[in-house]
Ligand binder design. Structure first.
Ligand code: HSE
Length: 433
């Protein structure tokens, strides 16, 4: 039986989950792999708070560097969070030839290129399963089970906080701010939660997924990002009446060698499986050219689910190190090329949901329809409600596919009409066809 001595940096929610998981199932892991995981050192600035875990006093330290440089430590688990000190710790550990396991999607999204290169130069690994989809082994599925596929598309619900909020807004009609407080209390939300509700956390995960799918570092500015902040109950009600739910989607597609990438709230048909992904659960749909459609579902956040993903990486890193496989596939897959080509955002074709508020005057609708026609946007359905708000009539339109640049032009013209009471609200409609 071999032993792997683990140094953990950061003893917060996930760190405690990792230790709890190893304490519970460490023997099982040893029986399965022949490698015993030993939590040898844990560094955190706070070593007095009770995490509900029994741990030897000599294991805890406030000095993270002493853990990284401890020659008896085989691998480092970075759970500090943020992109500053976490980057320093990660690079230092890699330079010492130690594999690093991290759950830090922001770190990878902002400094991935540098980190992958340093890992490669030092012939060691950076393992980051926990950075995307919490407990769902989506990256391992991509780089192992799907390695023989060209990835055609990936659709992800990747933020537990937003999915939880959208689910409760739909079910209970509660206001956004009230539900956010609950999501934070349940430990789903980032600090600050703006990262969740503005879609940035989802974008961090989307760029990691896209990097792995297409073999090059993907910068955050390649991912146009819109979150759910300010989403009105009216949009959720209208979508519901029309047979759709609203989900915050990461969309990654290969369009003849150009990558389409975005994070945005979108209407999805209720009968599609993605619409059934509720509460804090995450799901990722991957379509490969050989395998066709696949789906991965699970808890996207939380102490033990994320801990499970970290533990999976610990055992893989331990096996790589002890069996000497060289630079792990998680790194080499990332670095097949320096950069990717991206679709021109204006040329992307999509369907949209549009909500207008029009003065209840003859000819108002005709003017709107003329603008849609001028921009080559075909209407799939129109609902004008009798309800009048401040003398205005809400009009809900679903379109057929048209170019993003045409939608932008049409929305500008509609907003400028005298009969428009407020700026149009527009959202993507994704029917997965
Ligand atoms: N804030 C994140 C979420 C946690 O809500 O999904 C996991 O990345």
């Amino acid at each position: 039986m071999k032993e792997i001595r683990i140094g953990i940096l950061g003893f917060g929610t996930v760190g405690a989950g990792v230790v709890e998981g190893i304490q519970k199932n460490g023997q099982l892991m040893a029986d399965r792999t022949g490698i015993t995981p030993v939590v040898a050192r844990i560094a955190d600035l706070d070593i007095t708070t009770d995490r509900g875990i029994t741990i030897g006093k000599d294991v805890l330290t406030t000095d993270a560097m002493s853990v990284i440089t401890d020659t008896s430590i085989d691998l480092i688990v970075e759970l500090v969070g943020g992109t500053s000190i976490a980057r320093t710790f990660t690079l230092e550990a890699l330079k010492q030839g130690k594999p690093v396991i991290t759950a830090n999607k922001a770190l990878l999204a902002d400094h991935g290129e540098e980190i992958y290169k340093v890992a490669q130069e030092n012939n060691t690994g950076i393992y980051y399963e926990a950075s995307v989809g919490g407990g769902i082994p989506i990256l391992r599925s991509q780089r192992a089970g799907l390695i023989g596929n060209q990835i055609e598309s990936i659709y992800g619900i990747l933020n537990g906080t937003c999915n939880y909020m959208l689910t409760r807004m739909e079910r209970e009609g509660l206001p956004f701010d009230e539900i956010l407080v609950d999501a934070q209390a349940l430990g789903y939300a980032e600090t600050p939660p703006d990262l969740d509700i503005d879609g940035i956390d989802t974008a961090h995960k989307a760029v990691v997924l896209a990097s792995m799918a297409y073999g090059a570092p993907v910068p955050m500015d390649a991912c146009p990002t819109k979150g759910i902040r300010g989403l009105a109950a009216a949009e959720i009600e209208n979508a519901d009446e029309l047979g759709y739910r609203i989900k915050l989607l990461a969309i990654i597609k290969d369009d003849n060698g150009e990558v389409e990438l975005s994070v945005e709230p979108a209407l999805v048909p209720k009968e599609h499986m993605i619409a059934s992904v509720s509460d804090s659960f995450n799901a990722v749909f991957v379509k490969g050219d050989i395998v066709d459609d696949t789906m991965y579902y699970g808890r996207g956040a939380g102490r033990l689910p994320t801990g499970s993903a970290v533990i999976g990486d610990i055992m893989e890193a331990a096996a790589d190190k002890l069996h000497g496989v060289g630079t792990p596939v998680s790194v080499t897959m990332m670095l097949q090329k320096d950069s990717l080509n991206y679709c021109d955002a204006g040329s992307i074709e999509k369907r949209c949901y549009v909500r207008l508020c029009l003065e209840d005057k003859s000819g108002a609708m005709a003017q709107v329809m003329a603008i849609f026609g001028k921009h080559n946007i075909s209407i799939a359905s129109v609902v004008q409600k009798e309800l009048h708000e401040n003398g205005c009539a809400p009009v809900v339109i679903l379109t057929q596919k048209a170019k993003e640049s045409e939608f932008v032009g049409a929305m500008e013209e509609i907003a400028a009409l005298d009969v428009s009471c407020s700026d149009p609200i527009r959202m993507r409609l994704e029917d997965f066809e």
